[in-house]
Design a protein around this ligand. Sequence first.
Ligand SMILES: *[C@@H]1O[C@H](CO)[C@@H](O)[C@H](O)[C@H]1NC(C)=O
Ligand SMILES: *[C@@H]1O[C@H](CO)[C@@H](O)[C@H](O)[C@H]1NC(C)=O
Ligand SMILES: *[C@@H]1O[C@H](CO)[C@@H](O)[C@H](O)[C@H]1NC(C)=O
Ligand SMILES: *[C@@H]1O[C@H](CO)[C@@H](O)[C@H](O)[C@H]1NC(C)=O
Ligand SMILES: *[C@@H]1O[C@H](CO)[C@@H](O)[C@H](O)[C@H]1NC(C)=O
Ligand SMILES: *[C@@H]1O[C@H](CO)[C@@H](O)[C@H](O)[C@H]1NC(C)=O
Ligand SMILES: *[C@@H]1O[C@H](CO)[C@@H](O)[C@H](O)[C@H]1NC(C)=O
Ligand SMILES: *[C@@H]1O[C@H](CO)[C@@H](O)[C@H](O)[C@H]1NC(C)=O
Ligand SMILES: *[C@@H]1O[C@H](CO)[C@@H](O)[C@H](O)[C@H]1NC(C)=O
Ligand SMILES: *[C@@H]1O[C@H](CO)[C@@H](O)[C@H](O)[C@H]1NC(C)=O
Ligand SMILES: *[C@@H]1O[C@H](CO)[C@@H](O)[C@H](O)[C@H]1NC(C)=O
Ligand SMILES: *[C@@H]1O[C@H](CO)[C@@H](O)[C@H](O)[C@H]1NC(C)=O
Length: 698
Amino acid sequence: MKSPVELNSFLLAVLISFAFQGASCELVVSPVGPTLVNTLAGNTVTLAVSFTGAPDPAVIWFLGALPVGTWTINSSFPPDIATNRRNVLSIEKNGSLTFTNVPLNFTGNYTVELTKSGLGISATTFTLRVFERIQNVALSTHPDLVKEGIENFTLSYSMLQGVVEQQVWSFNSTALMTSLHYLVKEKNLIIVRPDRNDSGRYTVLLTNPFSSVTTHKDVTVLYGPDEPTIVVQPDKLFHVAGGSLSLTCQAEGFPKPTTKWVFKGEILPDTHKGVLNLTNVITTQGGVYICTLLNELTDERREKAVTVNIYERPLGSPMCSVQSVNDDQLQFQCLWIGGTPQAELSIPELGNTISGTGNLSLTVTASASFNKKTVICMAMHPIENNKCNITTSSPLEFLPAVRTTVASDGKIVVSILCLSEASPQALVAWSRGSEIVTGGTIYQISRDTTQLKIQDRNISNFLILNYTCTCRNPLGSQMRQIKLRGPSISDSSLFPNKDGTVITLTWEVPPTSIVTGFDIQMKGPDLLSKNGNSIYFRGSSNTYVTIQQIPGSARSTDIFVLDPDLTYRFRIIPKALQRKGQPSKVHRIGPGEGLSGTAIAGIAAGIPCSILFLLLLGGIVYLIMHYSKKKSHQTRYPVARAVEKARASQPDITPHNLLPGGLKNLPDYNKLQQTPSERSVALPTFSPPPPVRVATTV
Ligand SMILES: *[C@@H]1O[C@H](CO)[C@@H](O)[C@H](O)[C@H]1NC(C)=O
Ligand SMILES: *[C@@H]1O[C@H](CO)[C@@H](O)[C@H](O)[C@H]1NC(C)=O
Ligand SMILES: *[C@@H]1O[C@H](CO)[C@@H](O)[C@H](O)[C@H]1NC(C)=O
Ligand SMILES: *[C@@H]1O[C@H](CO)[C@@H](O)[C@H](O)[C@H]1NC(C)=O
Ligand SMILES: *[C@@H]1O[C@H](CO)[C@@H](O)[C@H](O)[C@H]1NC(C)=O
Ligand SMILES: *[C@@H]1O[C@H](CO)[C@@H](O)[C@H](O)[C@H]1NC(C)=O
Ligand SMILES: *[C@@H]1O[C@H](CO)[C@@H](O)[C@H](O)[C@H]1NC(C)=O
Ligand SMILES: *[C@@H]1O[C@H](CO)[C@@H](O)[C@H](O)[C@H]1NC(C)=O
Ligand SMILES: *[C@@H]1O[C@H](CO)[C@@H](O)[C@H](O)[C@H]1NC(C)=O
Ligand SMILES: *[C@@H]1O[C@H](CO)[C@@H](O)[C@H](O)[C@H]1NC(C)=O
Ligand SMILES: *[C@@H]1O[C@H](CO)[C@@H](O)[C@H](O)[C@H]1NC(C)=O
Ligand SMILES: *[C@@H]1O[C@H](CO)[C@@H](O)[C@H](O)[C@H]1NC(C)=O
């Protein structure tokens, strides 16, 4: 334990104490100047002491508890210094301790003890701190990338040299206190659970008595992407096809996250800063759009989805229809096809909660309550609500239509059309006499059953039995009998032109008459040729000669060139193939008994209506007188009938059309037969008003 130095010192001290046993003063040592001594490394510094009370005491300097040098004041021996400190430490003559070119590791508490035998011990302590100037301080972070949410990150300072007496950390120029968030350990500042608010400037202030240095570092805490916000413009529950919209996806983050839109697994290329513009959209663009965000530094990802509905209106309008099923059931159908989504259809009136999408079909048993009932189908679509209705009804009264043609094999083809307005459409059952007619070679029934075609060479077969058609739907039926007639003419007229060289014959045929053609016959002089044209007929004064053969569809013909000064007679013979019907009445034209062409022209061209009326009146008066005198003459000049005819034809000018297209205008059969005045052909423009003829001839 005792080193040689210590032993020597101890022996010395014993000797000295013996030498001065007689002295009575007390030995006291005291510092000269402060006991805390700061110095820079390399300087020379002295821990100065002074003592009183005894001459030449023994001096021992300790570093802490370790003796580093001993000496007896005024002794001839040099001070004894610990060998490893000899180049720095020296003891002055007055006992002070001098450090020459002091190194850093001489910092410590130095205690001096003075002893003199018999006078006791006195001691005093100095604290020596050796410093260096602080230079080239640097701050570093660990880890390099600071992410929000990691356990901690550390800021450390390092320097080229220096002894730090104090370190002060601050953030954004606010000094930091040690807390749960901030820990200062040695050269480190530890930031626990950093977040984005920890981004900023970190500063450390390092001080010692000889220097002070501040150094800073800017730290960015990387974060995000945060929860994205998606904005759809315009903000609607659904978008209509053809429109435009934009989807915007944004999220906080550092660095700013990159955004991509994904639709049906594919990255959409046309996005810019998270904005996806969709223009002229189609329904297939509806669906889930996913916004994916990426922080490219931290590789953190996030996704958010938004559903875009793109709707399209169904085509056209909803369609209601009704069909018969098994003769006693009604199948209502409501159709509104297309559209996205499909329309929701329902028929609330049928007390049924059944609804369909796009195509709804409901079958109910027919009953009288459905006659003339309107059923409404509600069609609901997000874009548009619509509806349609259908009115059911039993077959209405109708008029059959008969048409005659000649087939290429020469057979007569008679078509009978029985079309009754009905909803659902009526099916037609056909019979001939009491026999049910089914399709075959003679009879053909159209697909919709409304038309019966009969083919036969023998006209008699058409006429023997009546045909019956029965139109039926689940709500009722209508029946008609059709009695076909042989070729016949119901009415005919003759109209000359103004100079009497051309006449027009017009005629009508009863609706149920079978006619395939007409013979126009003439009795009288030859017809003149027309401008050297080959149209020329030789007439006969005592028999009728056929001058024209006309197809069954014709109802008028022109005959020329007549000599206005001669008399001609014309008649029309209806034919069914070879079979001829009753000729029409005879139309006579010529001077004497007829009206001269020039007279007609003059009247037609010049006489105003008022005069016409007066003449008409006069004619009637004359006729009444004439009638009483000469009754037989009246039949040849049917004046009264002509007037009646002019009146009767007024309200019903529409030509009756036997083709199935114009069925609704069909006149009643019986009426037709009684007033056979309708014409299927427009009258010639030069036709004179019949009453005038009467007035002028007499
Ligand atoms: C040292 O001794 C000398 C005589 O040898 C004396 O004159 C001097 O005063 C002494 N110094 C101290 C400090 O005691
Ligand atoms: C002791 O000696 C040193 C050096 O010789 C001197 O600097 C110091 O002032 C002296 N102390 C006293 C109290 O005289
Ligand atoms: C002090 O440090 C130096 C190196 O800097 C070393 O050589 C010396 O031995 C040290 N002295 C003591 C007493 O530890
Ligand atoms: C020096 O002494 C002071 C107080 O007397 C004490 O706080 C300090 O720790 C000591 N230093 C050493 C290096 O022993
Ligand atoms: C800092 O985090 C590391 C791991 O990242 C951990 O080992 C260390 O104990 C943490 N230090 C503090 C003071 O929390
Ligand atoms: C950051 O600070 C602001 C206000 O100082 C606070 O509202 C926010 O919640 C903080 N953020 C985090 C991630 O702590
Ligand atoms: C610290 O400063 C930086 C940069 O000046 C700033 O962006 C940040 O918001 C500040 N942080 C706080 C918590 O004040
Ligand atoms: C989307 O539309 C907006 C406004 O119409 C326009 O400013 C923007 O540039 C468009 N973006 C893209 C990627 O086309
Ligand atoms: C509607 O549905 C009925 C049966 O439910 C089907 O017969 C008909 O073909 C469908 N119509 C359309 C247009 O899909
Ligand atoms: C039925 O539909 C027609 C047009 O389709 C409409 O004019 C009529 O008002 C509707 N009737 C009812 C009862 O809704
Ligand atoms: C035409 O039919 C009738 C009755 O069906 C028959 O009496 C007559 O002989 C037939 N005529 C011809 C030419 O077949
Ligand atoms: C044919 O029908 C008519 C009425 O259209 C009727 O007068 C006639 O008796 C019927 N003839 C036969 C044979 O049933």
